[in-house]
Design a protein around this ligand. Structure first.
Ligand code: NDP
Ligand code: A1CAB
Length: 275
């Protein structure tokens, strides 16, 4: 990636995943700036990741060519209004990772005519295995599109969606998605202990099984249903487990959960968006 200075406003969970992934993929920490409301968070960023820090969001905007807005959706309006004057002084690309905040709201808070890429990454960016979908507003030129894509591709898969509203679905699928897999791992671990395994062995077996399942799904041309059939010997153990899942509404439950996440993203854009 052509090296650009990148600033993160908000240095929490998702920013830390992205910054760590960028550094691991060869991006210089000296080219990265972070601002955050909490001094302890900033200190952790210099101590552990050796990036530039500032308590001032405006300072970060002034230092960089790309600004990643990584604060919670609930505080994005205040942050955007605060940095708007600094952004006006220079041609900076704004990348927002906030769930449920539309480009239109953000653009209004930033004073209009700003190049904005809205995207939805996920925390596996930390280990360069992230999945991000992006959408650009009309002010983003081709070079800026490449720049945003290159930043996110440095930490995993990056793909564009044609319609901004698809980001609500992406949030429900891959933005929140890692938590669903962790929940399944938690539940499997609890059950494994009940079945008599020790915690260490149970965790290792589950982690390796999750990794193996993901790897085979990625590398095989077969669908998840076909891959599942390869594990499921007729009349065997897997069949018992799968029937238990299905008969107890697992498929419907997953659909219900993803719809709830998608609906929350839409609701947030109504509640928190510009009037
Ligand atoms: N976590 C995830 O898996 C994903 C999150 N996102 C999006 O990323 C964004 C950040 O989420 P996440 O990292 O989980 O949240 P965090 O709360 O971990 O990080 C946000 C950080 O911003 C800081 N902050 C609060 N107010 C300000 C301010 N005025 N100026 C600068 N920094 C401030 C917070 O400090 P303090 O804690 O002291 O308030 C916190 O350290 C959200 O918009 C979320 O929707 C997108 C995809 C996935
Ligand atoms: O839970 C959230 O709202 C954020 C967005 C996707 C993952 N975490």
């Amino acid at each position: 990636m052509k090296t650009k200075t990148i600033g993160f406003i908000g240095g929490g969970n998702m920013a830390t995943s992205l910054i760590s992934g960028l550094i691991a993929s060869g991006h210089s920490p000296q080219q990265i700036w972070v601002s955050d409301a909490a001094p302890a968070t900033l200190q952790a960023h210099t101590d552990q990741l050796h990036v530039n820090i500032s308590a001032s969001n405006e300072t970060v905007v002034n230092e960089v060519e790309v600004v990643v807005l990584a604060v919670k959706p609930q505080v994005l309006r205040d942050v955007a209004l605060q940095i708007a004057p600094s952004l006006k002084q220079k041609n900076v690309l704004v990348v927002s990772i906030a769930a449920g905040i539309s480009q239109q709201s953000l653009s209004q808070w930033l004073g209009g005519e700003v190049a904005i890429v809205r995207c939805m990454p996920n925390t596996p960016a930390l280990v360069q295995t992230g999945a991000t979908a992006l959408h650009a507003n009309a002010n983003v030129d081709d070079e800026q599109k490449d720049l945003a894509e290159n930043i996110l591709r440095a930490v995993g898969l990056a793909l564009w969606v044609n319609d901004e509203s698809q980001l609500d679905a992406v949030t429900a699928v891959s933005g929140s998605g890692p938590a669903y897999f962790f929940l399944l791992m938690e539940a499997m671990e609890k059950a494994a202990l009940e079945l008599g395994l020790d915690e260490h062995s149970a965790r290792l077996l589950i982690q390796q099984t999750a990794l193996g399942a993901a790897k085979i799904a990625l590398e095989s041309s077969e669908s998840p249903a076909q891959l599942r059939a390869r594990v499921t010997s007729p009349g065997g153990t897997t069949q018992q487990a799968i029937e238990t899942f299905v008969q107890n509404g697992f498929v419907e439950l997953v659909a219900k959960a993803l719809h709830a996440a998608r609906d929350r993203s839409i609701e947030m854009s109504r509640q928190l968006g510009a009037d």
